[in-house]
Design a protein around this ligand. Sequence first.
Ligand SMILES: Cc1cc2nc3c(=O)[nH]c(=O)nc-3n(C[C@H](O)[C@H](O)[C@H](O)COP(=O)(O)OP(=O)(O)OC[C@H]3O[C@@H](n4cnc5c(N)ncnc54)[C@H](O)[C@@H]3O)c2cc1C
Length: 584
Amino acid sequence: MDSLAIDASAKATAQHWLDAFSKALASGDKQAIAALFAGECFWRDILAFDWDLRMMTGALKIAERLLSHVAKTAPREFQLAKDRTPPRVVMRAGTDCIEALFTFESEVGPCNGVVRLVPENGTYRAWTLATLLDEIRGHEDPANGKRWQNVDWKRNFGGENWADRREKAKAYADRDPAVLVVGAAQAGLMIAARLSMLGIDTLTIDREQRIGDSWRRRYHALTLHNETRVNHLPYMPFPRSWPVFIPKDMLANWFELYVEAMELNVWSGTELTKARWDEEAKRWTVTLKRPDGSERIMHPRHVVFCNGVSTIPKMPDLPGLKEFKGTVSHSGKYGSGLDWVGKKALVLGTGTSGHDVAQDLAVSGAAEVSIIQNGQTLIVSLKEAQAPYALYDEDISFEDKDLIAASFPFPIYQRSHQRITKMNAENDKTLLDGLVKRGFKLTSGPQGDGWQIMYGRRGGGYYFDAGCSQMIVDGKVGLIQYGDIERFCAEGARMKDGTVKQADLIVLATGYLGQKEAVRPLLGDEITDRIGPVWGFDEEGELKGMWRPTGQPGLWFLAGGLAQCRIYSKVLALQIKAREIGIV
Ligand SMILES: Cc1cc2nc3c(=O)[nH]c(=O)nc-3n(C[C@H](O)[C@H](O)[C@H](O)COP(=O)(O)OP(=O)(O)OC[C@H]3O[C@@H](n4cnc5c(N)ncnc54)[C@H](O)[C@@H]3O)c2cc1C
């Protein structure tokens, strides 16, 4: 830090900056606004100044953009957030700063803000600023305190009771929903809950027979890799008695419970088979295949695809694989290692699924298991992999944790992950050295930015070591470099040195095609090509086509880990609500 030590009251400093910011915005003085920002500065806006997610860099550019939106947004009543985490000194991405939560009003409704102030040239200036729309005025989420007063079930003798009304709401006998959500796993259920709370008629469908089956059908040994304290669904946190890492079936059962408790309209065993956009009527015509084989045509105004990033398996056409006499299975279809006791297996792929499958086979009693690596992989121990969630250990409310998590502009998020990744590698040194000794090829991501940014860029390429890496080090799971394989053959893999690696089973842990390719057969090429890119970061560091408008009106995507879905389902719900009430 420079000479100006943060010993003065963080609150007074934050209040001073906020007053000056409010005044400068009202005056329309570009230089005055710019002067409030530090030499290195970023602004992330989530729906507060514009109906999109945007990130700006540089004091003048930020000032210009703020001013260009002031007339429409009419930001006012800036104040430090009441009854929330007070301004305090924290370290973010290696920088000491004063972090302050504030609120303001806009033409649309109440907004939240997070500013991080650093000392520069004798005063405190904004290093990062985040502004986020919280609610649409007049359409507030009733869960924010008012619900219990508003909903009053009368004893309706001779009339419909709650159960009758739920059945009617779910049946859609004489109406169509405003929103169709495709996929009733975590992303689908969270957006359905958010939309329903905002009073939007939402039907969620899933081709699986039972809610939660997308998790139940994954391999037997699967347990989540991120800790329960970070993973809560909105409105209904997991019980405090739950384990640190949730087993897959436990999560699946929670989804069923969530549907009932949140009064969501879900049709399971129902598949979206076709969707066409009517530009004139501004609505979709969707064909739903029901469990009895019948079809139902509906006309929702919005379709939200929560069809998963792990839906269509990537099945590479590898030389000689068709000649293999044993079983070839994608990791998504792999069941349990107990089916392969005494047998030999090759697992192609060194991401999470590849490692988990190899470990499951080895501990279940397979005679020989080798994992095949093609390229480089980031390895981080399960313990170290929780480091990005340190925010969730802070003694502040869960709501504030989510707000702070969403407030980081990409460059700071990236810097933070670079630091974490470096620290992880130091703490995991023994394990990583052991892997290198075995010939395992390691990476820390393209710019050393670690697993979370790899997930955002390509959806994988890393493994949180839940034991398999040590098994590779110890030789309990063999390691083969793909480059050393000549081709696959009837018995297994023929190596370039002429030997044959025998196998009864080859598991392709080769990942999945993206969400966009999964919708192509349903939407056709014309609409799919109009959507634009989905997933991966844009030049401002925001995810492309995810929880924000796509190139196709009325078409949205939501995906990601549980925490991401919780935070950004709200962002998406607000955008759909705004369109439904005609303010966008
Ligand atoms: C092995 C494995 C381990 C993982 N571990 C973790 C973890 O620890 N933590 C974490 O946060 N994430 C983890 N993930 C990532 C995981 O995929 C996602 O977090 C989660 O499953 C994504 O949820 P989702 O709702 O986006 O999609 P999914 O769970 O994939 O669900 C998509 C749903 O859409 C339905 N669907 C698709 N198309 C249609 C259609 N046309 N009509 C009707 N229904 C349709 C499918 O049936 C499915 O139920 C893991 C993934 C895998 C494969």
